[in-house]
Design a protein around this ligand. Structure first.
Ligand SMILES: [Zn+2]
Length: 210
């Protein structure tokens, strides 16, 4: 396995700009999807360099689906990504607080909200909506993701792919709506929040623009 030059954990590529951070992650995803993953920063030396602290450059909120681990699909290593994962990337207080922590205490400059193709949470929301109103469901997945499915349908979108994309867009909207810390960080350009959707069929990350 080819290793990167692990001379120093501090001596990393310049990721001061969020766009640079995002380019670095997308480059990692290209390597992964092309079968050329480098598996960087996963050796003993990297682990030891990180004992006294972490300086992740980005936060990823993604689905918990076992087929979508951010570190693997973006070909990153120890100390690179601060990750939060829930079924269907749904939000609650703990998720929002974790995202705020990554901005305030770890100074990440990029938050990636990532859904994916064939998401079981989206499928479960579609099934749940057949049983009744989203807001009446006992399941937080059906309530949150179901509301995204309905919003997509209101915009005349009717494929599961579109529901997955709209759910990412709505999740980002709700994040900045719920958190003044994130809202202020976006407004002052301290961070950028981007939407993405991972494709199981190709291994590629689709960049979403809203
Ligand atoms: Zn999923």
């Amino acid at each position: 396995m080819e290793q990167r030059d692990n001379a120093s954990a501090i001596d990393r590529p310049d990721t001061d700009l969020a766009t640079g951070t995002w380019s670095r992650m997308l480059a990692g995803n290209r390597r992964f999807s092309q079968g050329e993953a480098e598996h960087p920063w996963q050796d003993e030396e990297s682990r030891e360099q990180l004992i006294d602290g972490q300086h992740p450059f980005a936060t990823v909120l993604s689905c918990s689906d076992s087929r979508v681990p951010p570190e693997i699909v973006f070909d990153q290593g120890l100390g690179d990504l601060f990750t939060i994962r829930t079924a269907g990337e749904i939000l609650d207080e703990a998720v929002v607080a974790s995202l705020e922590f990554s901005v305030q205490a770890l100074h990440v400059n990029l938050i990636v909200v990532m859904g994916h193709e064939h998401c079981g949470a989206v499928e479960s929301a579609i099934q749940g909506l057949k049983l009744g109103k989203a807001e009446d469901s006992d399941s937080i997945v059906v309530r949150q993701v179901g509301a995204s499915v309905l919003a997509a349908q209101d915009s005349d979108l009717d494929t599961t792919d579109d529901y997955e994309r709209v759910h990412v867009a709505r999740t980002i909207e709700q994040l900045v709506d719920r958190s003044s810390i994130l809202r202020d960080a976006v407004a002052s350009e301290q961070i950028m929040i981007v939407g993405a959707r991972y494709l199981l069929t190709t291994g590629k990350v689709e960049v979403l623009s809203f």
